[in-house]
Design a protein around this ligand. Structure first.
Ligand code: CS2
Length: 437
């Protein structure tokens, strides 16, 4: 099963399943996170879709058939029915960083109104329709326990460090609040696998539909476009088996952390920098921003700083950086900066702050890291619509005279960093720099 039917899942986990030698023995029942549109469009074409893999020089078209059924979130009865079936072995999730509803301390935010509403609904009726990812997972586990359907693994595929432990925390915290016996059952029967996922997959456009039709003749209302590069690294126990994803290129390792740092800091950190600095400099896409010498120099500086804390051989990191430059410059992938700019309050703490703290601890200036923060604050101070779960609070904190605004935003990000006068001064100077035409 999959929760979070969207482009990335269709270009990544579904693609690996399609390419696993035993993929034909498996099928994925995929559920949308919120909006039902994609489930409707895909259901009308038997959940089959075209994946366009766009390189700088040529495109490849592939028909993906590993998704067996698609459902809207509202089809909660189906969700519970599948999870009560012992043949279901895995639930992969792509629900964004915000979707796990975790507090900065890593525990489920039971004060969040949607989480509280789900808890109340489940207390009243275990089959009630719930909205959040933790709510849906816990409702599903309760159904699985009632039917004694056996072990299961959760496989989160979002850009969170230690995402296996994170989803386990979210689920166990909610289960504990609902029914400690359910939490005990889940702890004994459900494992959470940690993953690093990577494939740049922008939101599809009407142009994708037209191109697929023109080139392949297929009338596909929901094609996906992605890049040739793809990585999936995982660690942990699969309690009820899995497709042979490693035969399709996935890596199964004892520890994901080195890969996770490399990807979250170098790729995603640079993405956030390009998003905020690039938008400030009038760019619309990653390819445009990386072609701008100034942005590119800032990215290199950030990479020099972050690389020092990636526990992989220097040659590997250098090769990864070179590949990233090519991936970012891929002219066939229109990856919009405003899409990446969303949810900065959740992204910066995992993409940039670890390097900032590590650099300051060893007496460095952390200018590469602080520039990402500066570009973000500049974005918060602008008048483009903010997409962030903490948007209202951030907009207020970021308004008015610059120096106190920077201190207020930093305090929301990390109170300790907000006390660091060196970082404050750097951020102030860099906001000016980012804003300069
Ligand atoms: C991007 C990611 O939107 C974002 O924040 O940084 O979606 C990025 O494209 C993927 O992680 C690439 O694997």
């Amino acid at each position: 099963m999959h929760l979070g039917l969207g482009s990335f899942f269709r270009a990544h986990q579904a693609w690996y399943t399609q390419h696993a030698p035993d993929g034909g023995d498996w099928g994925i029942a995929a559920f949308t996170g919120r909006r039902p549109d994609l489930a409707r469009a895909l259901a009308a074409q038997d959940a089959v879709y075209t994946l366009t893999v766009r390189g700088a020089a040529q495109d490849r078209y592939e028909v993906v058939e590993s998704v067996a059924a698609v459902h809207a979130a509202a089809d909660h009865e189906a969700w519970l029915r599948y999870l009560a079936d012992p043949r279901v072995a895995l639930v992969t999730t792509t629900v964004t960083e915000a979707g796990y509803a975790l507090r900065p301390d890593g525990h489920l935010d039971l004060d969040r109104s949607d989480v509280g509403a789900d808890l109340a609904a489940l207390r009243a009726d275990p089959r009630a329709l719930v909205a959040t990812a933790p709510g849906r997972l816990v409702a599903g586990l309760a159904a699985r326990r009632r039917s004694d359907a056996g072990p299961l693994s959760l496989v989160p595929c979002d850009n969170l460090p230690g995402n296996g432990a994170a989803v386990a925390r979210a689920v166990l915290d909610l289960a504990e609040a609902l029914d400690p016996a359910l939490a005990a059952w889940a702890a004994a029967h459900v494992t959470a696998v940690t993953t690093m996922v990577d494939r740049i997959t922008p939101e599809p456009t009407a142009e994708d539909v037209a191109r697929v039709r023109a080139v392949t003749g297929a009338l596909d209302a929901a094609p996906v476009t992605t890049e040739p590069f793809s990585e999936w690294v995982m660690a942990g126990t699969f309690a009820a088996g899995r497709p042979a994803w490693e035969a399709a290129g996935a890596l199964v390792v004892p520890d994901v952390e080195p890969y996770e740092r490399r990807k979250l800091w170098l790729l995603n950190g640079a993405h956030s920098l390009l998003a905020y600095a690039g938008l400030a400099r009038g760019h619309g896409t990653v390819a445009e921003a990386i072609a701008d010498e100034t942005c590119r120099g800032w990215v290199e500086q950030w990479w020099d700083e972050a690389s020092a804390h990636v526990p992989l051989p220097a040659a590997d990191v250098a090769a990864y950086r070179a590949a990233l430059l090519e991936r970012f410059a891929n002219p066939s992938i229109r990856h919009r900066l405003d899409q990446i700019a969303a949810d900065g309050s959740l992204k910066l703490p995992v993409r940039v702050l670890p390097t900032l703290r590590a650099e300051r601890a060893r007496g460095g200036l952390a200018a590469g890291a602080s520039r990402v923060v500066a570009a973000w604050i500049h974005h918060l101070r602008g008048d483009a619509p903010l997409r962030d779960p903490d948007g209202e609070r951030l907009r207020v904190a970021a308004s008015g005279p610059t120096a106190p605004a920077v201190r207020r935003v930093l305090a929301l990000l990390d109170p300790e960093v907000a006390q660091d006068e060196t970082v404050l001064a750097a951020v102030l100077a860099q906001i000016e720099e980012v804003a300069r035409p």
